[in-house]
Design a protein around this ligand. Sequence first.
Ligand SMILES: *[C@@H]1O[C@H](CO)[C@@H](O)[C@H](O)[C@H]1NC(C)=O
Ligand SMILES: *[C@@H]1O[C@H](CO)[C@@H](O)[C@H](O)[C@H]1NC(C)=O
Length: 330
Amino acid sequence: MSSVNLAVLLVVGLLLVTAKQSMQMSLRNPTSEIETSNCKIGFLPLGLVLTSENSEKALLDSGLFEPDSKNPYVDFVGRKFHVGTLNSTPIVYVKTGTQTVNVATAVQTLLLKFRISGIIYFGNAGSLDENILVPGDVVVPEAVAFTGVWEWEEFRAQNKGKLVFGNYNYPVNGENLLGTAAYENITLYSPSEEPKEVFWLPIPLLKEAATEELTKDLKFKECHSGRCLPRTSKVVFGLKASTSDFYVKNKAYGDFLLEKFNASTADSASAAVALTSLSNGKRFVVIQGISNIVGVESSNPEIGYIASHNAFLVATKFINSIRTPRLACE
Ligand SMILES: *[C@@H]1O[C@H](CO)[C@@H](O)[C@H](O)[C@H]1NC(C)=O
Ligand SMILES: *[C@@H]1O[C@H](CO)[C@@H](O)[C@H](O)[C@H]1NC(C)=O
């Protein structure tokens, strides 16, 4: 075959591939394409994950989410996966429900059913360190651990766990039949490496987005329904976070998490998002709005909503800065 014939064949082949790809893309994502000569530019959607009513309300109240006009949502595993754009960036968002199993189930389903370029999670968390974090602040942690995975040791066991219940006897310390609890590692599966035991799940900072520059102009909400925060909120990058299936209101336990693990927040979702994303080799970011200080009774019932709103604002900044373009004729 002459080289001219070969070239013609190649061009025809490419055209066929291009036509097929643009057709697939049009079907998948009708609103996010711009025509340039023979190629189409589109954006892979980001997955936006949230757990609670408050978070979804913050998203919908913003007016920034535009549902897809043809297929606004798809139902899987009992959840609605909402397809649309946020500030013109394609997203699929899902309300997972609370506790880690629900969160992981919904995130895994999102990743299996949609072609997603990355996961953005936002939700509320409690502050374990009121010198750094107060309600309204937003945290973008660099690592998160499951701190609800214990080996609960026998009374007077030789191997003592980190959490020694007797240290918390009231009014004086002493022996306690509950003994001690040791914090366990978790197996991290990943597509590129052998499974390994880890305590901290890293949250690799997204280099396009994880800068203070990105969020410095944000105007956070300070009041809702006539109730206001004591001071202006801020975004803090790079702390450690803890996740468990128990809701931590107990100050002594909160102080323990801060002292032993240097964890600045407690929630019941972030580590599940991290583990599921890492297992799928997907990039992700965790954004926590501080809704309470662990061990301090809140007098302001509106804080939960303000925290969700502030976290959502930061999530929006991330979403609009990490758009992933794709060209159908590549
Ligand atoms: C947990 O994993 C860390 C490494 O991430 C290791 O240093 C530590 O010894 C492990 N702990 C247990 C109890 O296996
Ligand atoms: C604990 O976290 C703070 C940030 O909150 C950091 O500055 C400090 O170095 C950490 N301490 C340890 C012992 O890791």
